[in-house]
Design a protein. Structure first.
Length: 256
């Protein structure tokens, strides 16, 4: 297992890439065990809902990383990540996914300039998973798992045991591409969603719901629409929603 997480140069230096803004997106792709195989064929991703495509960056031939698409799926034991690059994909420390597993920006890595929209509790750098061990803005990570990863041409799929991320019900994710990690002379910093550091601390990010089928059959008189709500106590919900960074004028913020 890799001993140290490579410091993503632009993150440590507070650099950002300029591109069009993309909005946050909530998706969920629960699959049956064995429905996704990490084998370098990618047809098992055809039926999955990806995050919105990233814009085509103003890159140069030296910039090997240019995000096009990413997706997440899960079964009972694994999380699966899918990446598509705009050119041949060379996996390494240039590819970074920061993952918030507790929906709290206060408990994870928020960027060196405190400009990340999430608190990254984990980082998937290349095929190594790291847990954050710092105070919020310092670069301090501990390796916790090596992920199974297979690259074919410009696509990648990764498998990570669900136990690594704990009993989370939602993943908030941003993807950070750092072309300075290669020896090709590239300089492009590709943020996905675009400009997720703007405005600082409240930019866009992606969310992934860790769902399972929920069913609550009841008799015709079991629930009364009377504002008392105690008759809901025995039924299973969809899980809590994260506390959003809204303002005083925002009166709606889903809880559960």
């Amino acid at each position: 297992m890799t001993a140290h997480a490579r410091c993503v140069l632009a993150v440590c230096a507070g650099m950002v890439a300029s591109a069009a803004l993309a909005g946050p997106k909530l998706v969920s792709n629960p699959v049956a065990d064995g429905a996704i195989l990490v084998d370098g064929r990618f047809r098992d991703w055809d039926a999955r809902v990806p995050f919105p495509d990233d814009s085509d960056e103003d890159d140069t031939p030296s910039d090997l990383l240019d995000w096009q698409r990413a997706a997440v799926a899960h079964d009972r034991g694994q999380f699966y990540f899918y990446y598509r690059n705009r050119g041949p994909l060379v996996l390494g420390s240039a590819f970074n996914a920061f993952v918030d597993t507790d929906s709290s920006r206060a408990t994870g890595f928020r960027g060196a300039l405190e400009d990340f929209p999430i608190g990254g509790d984990f980082m998937v750098q290349g095929s190594t998973v790291y847990a954050y061990a710092g105070a919020g803005t310092d670069w301090s990570w501990s390796p916790v798992a090596n992920a199974a990863a297979v690259v074919t041409n410009r696509e990648l799929e990764i498998s990570i045991p669900r136990s690594v991320f704990g009993s989370t019900t939602k993943l908030d994710v941003v993807f950070y591409g750092d072309n300075t990690a290669y020896d090709s002379g590239g300089t492009l910093i590709d943020l996905y969603p675009d400009e997720f550091t703007r405005p600082p601390g409240s930019g866009p990010y992606f969310s992934y719901a860790v769902t399972r089928p929920v069913s609550n059959p009841v008799s015709s008189t079991a629930i009364s629409v009377d504002g008392a709500f105690s008759d809901w106590a025995a039924y299973e919900g969809f899980g809590p929603d994260g506390d959003e960074p809204g303002g005083a004028a925002d009166r709606l913020d889903w809880d559960e």
